[in-house]
Design a protein around this ligand. Structure first.
Ligand SMILES: NC(=O)C1=CN([C@@H]2O[C@H](COP(=O)(O)OP(=O)(O)OC[C@H]3O[C@@H](n4cnc5c(N)ncnc54)[C@H](OP(=O)(O)O)[C@@H]3O)[C@@H](O)[C@H]2O)[C@@H](O)CC1
Ligand SMILES: [K+]
Length: 217
């Protein structure tokens, strides 16, 4: 896998090319979630308590994949629907795949404030984030940052929530991570001075899109 830095729009184009070569979007989401979970397992080889904070887009979909993989491995998993139920097709599919598993689904941040989690997965917003955090996003990022301060390890899916992918502009109240697992290519926010420190360690994982499929930009 080559070292590349691409914008959010270029990443969408890369994913479109992957799909056109027979790698469905749903499979890319599966690969992304499992790649992030594999990095989590490197830090935590034994199951513990896990909070997965999910948004309603595909970043949240990656979070549902992680929740499923962790629950199957014996983690005590809570999935927070921070923005309500998922809205994209692939995220809905992965949310539905949780139903047969023992995952605590929660829609209210406030009840989680006093609970202990070894690990928090930030799957609230990824490359689709723009602008400022709205109240529900602020509340969810606030919860993650408080859990982080009280000792939880925070893994950000693709990028910490509340950062503009292309400019690295950090919204007031954005999430802070210990580890960020991005997919296929780095994005500008991972290297820009304003946002890179919020990412912690950054790992770029392969999600199955071959180098030769990548368009020239
Ligand atoms: N495509 C693929 O194949 C793959 C994609 N992958 C994953 O998908 C991610 C991109 O997914 P995405 O494009 O669905 O956007 P995402 O980051 O979930 O955010 C959109 C949501 O955020 C919301 N929102 C935005 N700004 C907001 C604000 N200020 N305040 C509040 N809400 C705000 C926006 O809401 P809206 O503005 O529409 O109301 C919408 O609901 C990418 O980072 C990677 O993790 C991987 O699975 C690999 C395969
Ligand atoms: K995220």
């Amino acid at each position: 896998m080559k070292h590349r830095i691409v914008t959010a729009a270029q990443m969408k184009e890369i994913e479109r090319t992957g799909d056109a070569h027979g790698l469905p979007y749903l499979q890319m989401m599966e690969n992304a979630g499992l790649a992030a979970y594999a990095e989590l397992q490197k830090q935590f080889p034994h199951p513990g308590s896990l909070l997965v904070v999910c948004g309603k887009g595909n970043n949240g979909g990656d979070g549902f994949v992680i929740a499923r993989a962790a629950a199957k491995d014996g983690w005590n998993v809570t999935a927070l629907l921070a923005e309500g139920e998922p809205k994209t097709t692939d995220a809905i599919t992965n949310f539905e795949r949780l139903h047969s598993l023992s995952v605590n689904i929660c829609a209210d941040c406030t009840v989680l404030e006093t609970q202990h989690f070894d690990v928090v997965v930030d799957a609230l917003y990824g490359t689709g984030f723009h602008g400022a955090l709205r109240p529900s996003g602020l509340a969810a990022c606030g919860l993650m940052n408080r859990l982080h301060k009280s000792g939880a390890f925070v893994l950000a899916v693709d990028l910490p929530s509340g950062i503009n992918t292309d400019t690295g502009e950090v919204a007031e109240g954005a999430a802070h991570a210990d580890l960020t697992v991005t997919f296929d290519s780095y994005k500008p926010l991972h290297v820009v001075e304003s946002s890179a420190p919020l990412c912690g360690k950054i790992v770029c994982s392969d999600i199955g899109i071959r180098d030769e499929w990548h368009p020239e930009f």
